[in-house]
Design a protein around this ligand. Structure first.
Ligand SMILES: [Zn+2]
Length: 72
């Protein structure tokens, strides 16, 4: 069973993103995930959880939004 949220860490700026797992799963091919801070495509999956808080590491809690972009 998948958790509701999946967290990622950006390789570019090192910030953390939390995305809705269902939206990632339903993403069509030709789309990719990118950092919403610096637009970097090198984001690394961290963990899946049922709450945003669960996904975020405790000491670096930030409000953030993931972004799904279309390949050009
Ligand atoms: Zn970034």
């Amino acid at each position: 069973m998948l958790g509701m949220y999946t967290s990622y860490t950006c390789k570019g700026c090192g910030k953390q993103l939390v995305l809705i797992t269902e939206e990632i799963e339903s993403m069509s091919k030709g789309r990719y995930l990118a950092c919403s801070y610096c637009n970097n495509r090198h984001i690394v999956k961290q963990k899946v959880g049922d709450s945003v808080k669960e996904c975020m590491s405790e000491h670096s809690y930030r409000r953030c939004n993931g972004r799904i972009q279309q390949t050009r």
